[in-house]
Ligand binder design. Sequence first.
Ligand code: IPE
Ligand code: IPE
Ligand code: MG
Length: 248
Amino acid sequence: MSDLLKKINPNRIPKHIAVVMDGNGRWAKKHGYLRAIGHKSGVKAVREIVQASDDIGVKYLTLYTFSTENWNRPKLEVNALMELMIDSLTKELDGFQKNNVKIVTIGDLSLLPSRCKKKFADVVEKTSKNSGLNLIFALSYSSRLEIISAVKSITTQVLNKEIKLEDIDSDVIDKNLYTNSIPDPDLLIRTSGEQRISNFLLWQVAYSELHFTPVLWPDFKQADLFSAVIDYQQRERRFGKTSEQIKK
Ligand code: IPE
Ligand code: IPE
Ligand code: MG
């Protein structure tokens, strides 16, 4: 057992970890490669972190894979990313099945090229009965668009008299987000040294613990995940209460 693993309290594992996997481009530049190679190396980090999360008993792992803003990147890079996703999903499917991993997607998938959309739909369908780790890919994802879509859907329900205006509360909002059956993240990790949310899970991270690390995503290893979890376990989550109230 690694020394870091020994430091993890098995009774306080974050149920849901969300990750902004950032720094593939800078990693590639640092090594003199094209950006696409950075993304390819990022897939290796995904594999390692999925395994490590599963090993310590995380139930939900959400990976920010592609934002709606990322559609504005050069076409060549976008195409490379789409092909990489198709290729990686094809290669990983057996492993997901063996490890009982359930794949879920959130985002506006209608914008994905049809081969990519089909691949995700296929993997989601084939792993839908798995009961282990829930691996959620945020794809063509924008938290603001998610909130706009929830507002539209709730408004329609009010107009159709399915719910009353005064019944709208946090639970109603939760139910109408892409993440409806997924608990809020306990821990949000962002790699590459950037300290921003970049339109990711704005509603859901209301009380998440934030962990920023300078490590570039392709270099992010099991030990980095364990360090983030140890950091998380040292936080006192007060949810607005006083420290004394929490300790009672
Ligand atoms: C994250 O790495 C991957 C995606 C956003 C798809 P970046 O590609 O943003 O890497 P940097 O930020 O340019 O280093
Ligand atoms: C956020 O990273 C999106 C993903 C990791 C998929 P970006 O690299 O797109 O974020 P900004 O533009 O630096 O905020
Ligand atoms: Mg980036």
